[in-house]
Design a protein. Structure first.
Length: 102
């Protein structure tokens, strides 16, 4: 995963809080979570550590870090990362893909 090594993650109180909220969201099957904050605050590190932990727990999650994707491309990327088949949903349109994601 892009060279991220969770052993070197510095877990400040705010990072731990963000990770705990994301873990709660994943366990409660919240469909979309957004992690926000100023540049350089550690959002990417928190998200990547979260992905490592959820993968180890068998919780399917994805990480989209391209804010310029068109809506359909965004949904297809999420489906790809969640190991859904985005091409199967294309015949049914975006509603079929959204249904699969929920």
């Amino acid at each position: 995963m892009d060279g991220f090594d969770p052993r070197f993650f510095f877990a400040s109180p705010s990072h731990l809080e963000a990770a705990a909220r994301m873990t709660y969201g994943a366990r409660e099957r919240r469909t979309v979570m957004v992690l926000g904050g100023p540049e350089g605050s550690g959002k990417t590190c928190v998200a990547r550590r979260f992905l490592v932990e959820t993968a180890a727990a068998g919780i399917p999650c994805g990480f989209v870090d391209n804010p310029l994707l068109a809506p359909w491309d965004f949904l297809r990327e999420v489906a790809r990362q969640m190991r859904l088949d985005p091409t199967a949903a294309e015949s049914g349109g975006s509603l079929a893909l959204l249904t699969a994601l929920c």
